[in-house]
Design a binder for this molecule. Structure first.
Ligand code: ZN
Length: 136
């Protein structure tokens, strides 16, 4: 079993599907999370990384090449296979909504809104009946 090391030094097992693809076609493997094997072509901007990553890891942020792993139970959040840079949950300064399985599950970082607040507004206060109401 192969392992990768996150920016904090945590060892995580590498999915064999990633090892195989990286050997056959490294360009295709750039969008695959090496831990869960999920494919995530959407690229993450430096701006986003600078707001999510803990300050002492800023030297590992790059302008391009980072992808976001959307698998809820996977500990990897951002990965850059080309440079072997892996940010896990503990390397971020804020919780990641899709990776949290219990409250508070963040929905909007700018306004500080979490899932429970939205559900409270809908179910208890009966304030919202459309996506526009919820956004407001
Ligand atoms: Zn993953």
């Amino acid at each position: 079993m192969a392992y990768l090391t996150t920016v904090s030094g945590r060892l995580l097992p590498v999915d064999p599907a990633y090892t195989t693809l990286a050997a056959q076609d490294p360009t295709q493997a750039e969008t695959m999370c090496p831990v869960c094997g999920g494919r995530f072509p959407f690229r993450i901007r430096r701006w986003t990384l600078e707001r999510m990553i803990r300050g002492w890891h800023f030297d590992k942020i790059r302008d391009t090449g980072f992808h976001f792993c959307e698998t809820p139970i996977c500990p990897i959040v951002y990965f850059h296979n080309g440079e072997g840079l892996y940010f896990a949950l503990e390397d971020l300064q804020v919780p990641v909504g899709i990776k949290r399985l219990e409250a508070p599950i963040p929905v909007c970082y700018c306004k500080g809104v979490d899932e429970q607040t939205i559900l409270y507004e809908i179910v208890v206060k009966r304030c919202c009946d459309s996506i526009k109401d919820i956004q407001a």
